[in-house]
Structures are given as C-alpha cells and as structure tokens.
Design a protein. Structure first.
Length: 319
C-alpha cells in the first residue's frame, strides 16, 4: 500500500476546501471522521502522514467525545513514529484556552488577565477578583465563540449565571477575562502553515464580529472580545502591516508546541498594547478576503502536506 495523506477530523464542511486542493495537486489522501470509531493498539498504523483538524467545538455538532478519540488515535500514531501534523500537543491547545494562555505567556506573548472557574458561585467570585469594570466570560473548550458574553457589572453576571440562559461549558470550566477595549474596531488573525507566517487577516468588528472565518459557520447572538453583538457577516481583509517581531514570537511559540498549521488572534487596546487571546489549530480561511489578496490558505496547506508526504516517502525508500 502506497503512503497517503490522512486527514483526521469530525466536520465534513470544514474539510471540503482542503480536499479540493489536494485533488488539484493530485495528492493521495484519505479522511478519517473521528466522531466515532476504534483504535486497535496492537495494529500498525498505515504508511503515510497524518494531519489532525480536530475542533474544540465538536460537541456542538453532536460529537462530544471526538477530541478524546482523536487523542487516542494521535497517541497510537506517535507511539509508532508516524509523521503527525498538529499532534497531541497541538490538540491539548485546541481544546483548552487555559493551556493556550499558559503556553503563550511561557513564550513571552501577552494574554488578557484570565481566571478559570468551576461552579457558578466561583464564577461570580472571579468576576470580583478580575479588577475591571467590564469583563467577558468564555468557555475553556470552545471554538466559534462559544459561551462568550460581555458584562459591565458583577450583578449582571450573577443574574446570568443563575438564570436559564446560562451556557454550561462542556468541560465544566468557564473563564472570566478582562475586557480589552479597542480604539479602532478590529482584531487581527495571523495564519501560519508549516509553522511559518502566511498572512494576517484583519476583521472589521464595527458591524459585529463573526468568530469563525469559514463559510459554513453560522453563529447566533454572541459577543466578541471587543464587545458589540453580532449583527451581520463581518468584513475580512488581508493586511501587510502586522508587527514582524510578534510574528517571530508566534513562530517560536508554534515550534515550541509542535503546531504546524494555526491561526492566532490578537487585539490592540487603547494604549497600543497587543493581547493575544486565541489559538486555532483547526484553522479555516475566508475565501472573499483570499480572492482579493490572491493568497490561499488551503492551497498552502495542501502544498505543505504534499511536500511532507514526499519527505516521508523518501525516508521510507532509504530504509
């Protein structure tokens, strides 16, 4: 059996564009949908390279334990020495913002002040401790802006926490985070492929903010880190003025955590300070913005996978 590119995922809609690019490049591939399955630990994995696109929001599609199954598959693949792109370490970042923030801070990258909580009373206590008049809550295992709410008082949070509208996090952990007020309504998402910077896309949040750039994402009334509720599809546009020094820190962070494909989101406050608040190891791209700039994320991913597969095949021939 010849070597292939194996795509580990749980959402067909987010895999369509990658498959199209792999087909354009005439690359052999196979998809593993890990909403359910089995892992024979006594068997050898097939020959090839493995790219994990597991998402922290899988439970919103009825795939609550897909990350756990993916973790088992990744452990099996890594035990057998297979080439894994966005492996176990990347998955731990994808499914935990606590892991993201501690890893970012360890790399010298500033994140918003954040307190992790379990329990509604602890959530209110954390809001008192955060020390800002306004603050947001978000789920630890999230994606797509799950559980993100903006509050301007502790009383408002307390009423929400004890109401029927409270969204329980899938892992039991809710974060309380300082509110970052941006003087200009935008955030920036830096895309990386093969661990290297590809481009930065700016998201205009003046008319609301869609947290996921994928076409398939349809999100209701959520709140972004800059505050205003979503009202309509936002504007994405690729820019070339993102600070090179921070890009280099991001690249070092990704290398340190063995992440090869990612999107990293940041916001600038009124004092000009950059806060990094999200790492997406299952990154998607906005097609409209890419067409205008003639830069294509999934094409870059497909080429990277193809080059990695060729390296793997060359190594096999030398054995």
């Amino acid at each position: 059996m010849s070597a292939k590119i194996y795509i580990l995922h749980e959402n067909d809609e987010w895999t369509i564009h990658l498959i199209k690019r792999l087909q354009e490049q005439n690359l052999p591939y196979e998809t593993w949908h890990l909403a359910e399955g089995l892992v024979d630990l006594s068997a050898e994995p097939p020959e090839g390279i493995f790219y994990s696109r597991m998402s922290a929001s899988s439970h919103t599609r009825g795939h609550a334990y897909a990350p756990e199954l993916t973790a088992a598959v990744l452990a099996w693949l890594e035990f057998h020495g297979r080439t894994v792109i966005n492996g176990s370490q990347a998955l731990q970042l994808e499914i935990s913002k606590v892991n993201q923030y501690t890893a970012l801070e360890a790399a010298g990258i500033q994140t918003p002040k954040t307190i992790a909580t379990a329990g509604k009373n602890q959530l209110v206590e954390a809001a008192k401790k955060i020390g800002t008049a306004s603050f947001i809550t978000k789920h630890n295992r999230a994606g797509k802006g799950l559980g993100v709410q903006l509050f301007h008082s502790i009383e408002a949070l307390e009423a929400y926490a004890h109401s029927s509208k409270f969204e329980s996090p899938v892992d039991g952990i809710t974060l309380v985070q300082q509110y970052i007020k941006a003087p200009v309504p935008y955030i920036t998402r830096c895309e990386f492929v093969g661990g290297k910077f590809l481009y930065a896309v700016r998201v205009d949040t003046s008319e609301g903010f869609e947290l996921c750039p994928a076409e398939a994402c349809q999100i209701g009334d959520l709140y972004c880190p800059v505050g205003d509720p979503v009202t309509q599809k936002p504007k994405f546009y690729i820019v070339d003025d993102f600070p090179r020094e921070l890009i280099e820190r991001y690249e070092a962070f990704l290398a340190r955590n063995k992440v090869r494909v990612a999107g990293i989101e940041s916001i600038i406050d009124e004092g000009g300070n950059v806060f990094t608040y999200d790492v997406n190891t299952n990154t998607n791209y906005n097609l409209d913005a890419e067409k205008k700039a003639n830069q294509y994320g999934m094409l870059a991913v497909a080429k990277y996978l193809g080059a990695t597969l060729r390296q793997y095949e060359n190594a096999l021939q030398m054995l």
